[in-house]
Write a protein that binds this ligand. Structure first.
Ligand SMILES: C[S@@+](CC[C@H](N)C(=O)[O-])C[C@H]1O[C@@H](n2cnc3c(N)ncnc32)[C@H](O)[C@@H]1O
Length: 235
């Protein structure tokens, strides 16, 4: 009796189908709309950079952010503005996390190519109007209009910038933000990356750069190639 097997290694031209099949299976097993949104985005935009935005380091740093945010500021927010939001990964992770209650996430990036990809990755929450992506330079935003720093202590507005290493003039950006705004900022010491024009060597330097008036959390996360720094507090 001969047994027919099809157990050959995956050919490179079949790799897309291979990985998509696995994600399809994980979606069924985990019943995760986040995985379904990711599948939708990577099928529509099969870009290497989208893979980078979803890689282990990026997701680890964003999971760390959500954990420390919940521990130090609670889980209920009104409008959450994510500056330099790239492809909307953090917005998707936040809105799909059942422990958080958020009115709306607005993801803002200067690169117009980010918007359609961020919208695809957040398809579920674009449909129910909980996610919006905007193409804009964060130096041009009217923060006083966007943020009501003291409107509601139980569900405050929140400003997140995990792209501080990309800012040409972080001092100018910080001047535009109203006092008492609740903020989460991340930066890193990955000086080797060409796009990183504002890296910092350590946490103390980051604290001195951002100058929050009330610091609720300060910490760092060591990754293989670099260390990521995070501050949570009010300006
Ligand atoms: C490579 S990504 C994000 C890296 C970071 N590790 C993260 O995941 O949050 C940096 C993003 O910042 C955006 N960016 C840089 N300067 C900006 C500005 N002035 N206004 C809005 N977005 C900006 C870039 O377009 C890019 O999409």
């Amino acid at each position: 009796m001969s047994i027919v097997t099809d157990n050959h290694p995956v050919r490179s031209e079949d790799k897309d189908e291979f990985y998509h099949d696995i994600l399809d299976g994980l979606y069924v097993f985990l019943d995760s709309p986040l995985i379904l949104d990711i599948l939708h985005a990577i099928r529509k935009y099969p870009l290497l950079r989208l893979g980078h935005a979803l890689n282990e380091n990026q997701v680890t740093c964003k999971k760390w952010l959500l954990k420390k945010l919940a521990e130090n500021c609670g889980t209920r927010f009104r409008n959450v503005y994510i500056l330099g939001g790239w492809y909307g990964v953090l917005g998707a992770m936040l809105l799909h996390d059942p422990s958080f209650e958020v009115k709306q996430v607005v993801s803002i990036d200067i690169d117009a190519q980010c918007k359609p990809i961020a919208d695809a990755l957040n398809r579920t929450h674009v449909r129910n109007k909980k996610f919006e992506s905007i193409t804009e330079d964060i130096y041009n935003l009217d923060y006083a209009r966007l943020i009501q720093a003291e409107a509601d202590a139980d569900t405050p507005d929140l400003l997140i910038n995990t792209s501080c290493e990309h800012l040409s003039d972080s001092e100018l950006w910080l001047q535009k933000i109203p006092d008492r705004t609740l903020m989460v900022v991340q930066s890193n010491d990955y000086f080797g990356c060409e796009e990183h024009i504002n890296c910092i060597p350590d946490l103390e330097t980051f604290i001195g750069q951002v100058k929050l008036s009330e610091l609720k959390y300060r910490g760092y996360f060591k990754l293989k190639k670099y260390t990521r720094f995070m501050l949570i507090g009010t300006k």
